[in-house]
Design a protein around this ligand. Sequence first.
Ligand SMILES: NC(=O)c1ccc[n+]([C@@H]2O[C@H](COP(=O)([O-])OP(=O)(O)OC[C@H]3O[C@@H](n4cnc5c(N)ncnc54)[C@H](O)[C@@H]3O)[C@@H](O)[C@H]2O)c1
Length: 350
Amino acid sequence: MMKVVVIGLGSISEMHIKSYIQNEQVELYGLCDQNESRAQEKATHYNVKHVFTDPEEVFNHPEVDGVSICTWNRTHADLAIRALRAGKHVLVEKPISMTVQEAEKVQEAVKETGKTLQVGYVRRFGTNAQVLKTFIDDGKLGDIYYAKASLLRRLGNPGGWFADKERSGGGPIIDLGVHIIDSCWYLMGRPKVKSITGHVYDQLGNRSNVKNLSFYKTADYDASLNTVEDLANALITFENGSSLMVDVSYSLHTKKDQLGMQIFGTKGGAELEPELLLVMEENDTILNVEPQIDHRSFDFDNAFQKQIDAFVEACITGGPSPAPVEDGLEIMKILEGIYQASAQKKPVEL
Ligand SMILES: NC(=O)c1ccc[n+]([C@@H]2O[C@H](COP(=O)([O-])OP(=O)(O)OC[C@H]3O[C@@H](n4cnc5c(N)ncnc54)[C@H](O)[C@@H]3O)[C@@H](O)[C@H]2O)c1
């Protein structure tokens, strides 16, 4: 049995906790949050024996084999490095860090310790992404040379730490962009980044003024605190000549929220979201093919369980993680590059 502690007991921790409980190779050994009453409450609710308020106590505990880090982005790299150095395996929520420099330090710690580190790129584990990957790996789309990813919220700045650049590192690019950029990059075959053109806008703010339309707010929502961008777009070019176009927003004057991801190859194309669809050409005829699977859109619960199971498997067998530290670093280069390109008003060459 692998003994695991979940650190940071906010909204996403629920998914980690439930998935570890479902995994027969894991004992959910403890829960940790700097907010003691939250930690006690969750431990009682899920019948977990050990409660911690300081991650250091978790890292020093000889019985703990691994941790999930579900805290604010600012703490990810530091906690991951300390956990690794204490001999623990780590599943760290996305993004791996707030900067490339921090991500490189995490990578060094992984190399030094030989422990497993997996980044929380849960969208890789969606049935739609996994089915599409089998078609791509089989060459059915040919060479992939273009992808497009868009996640636009019209009224969706959650506030709290998400809106505080000090704790989050940024707005929709670092929070939402990380997922959709990773999904496309992963399906494109993880090409090396060459250059990035990016624009970051802060035109609408958090739109806390909007009335009669509800939206998700964090527990510590503060309408007056908002230091993150509300829209970003980017064109990412890779060394193999392929490119990825992205846009993401928390606030935008758009008719409705939108999520779309498309991949284009020399033999065929695909829509990953809003629903998996393959575009083929056979007998000089274009075919739009709907795979008959349970979840053509991202199936969060199922994907989360698969993500946790894959992490546990990698820790127990010592095999490779399906979302290793290198991928955390490469995506961080893209995220940081978008902010840099926007600030310097010209493309960033990597
Ligand atoms: N994979 C996904 O789809 C997904 C979805 C939501 C959030 N996330 C990521 O999960 C992380 C947490 O997000 P959330 O929405 O659950 O946030 P949250 O604010 O709901 O919870 C964070 C918790 O971490 C605790 N915490 C912060 N720093 C700590 C520290 N140093 N030691 C102990 N506890 C600490 C806070 O007290 C809080 O309870 C973020 O990095 C976010 O990007 C991922």
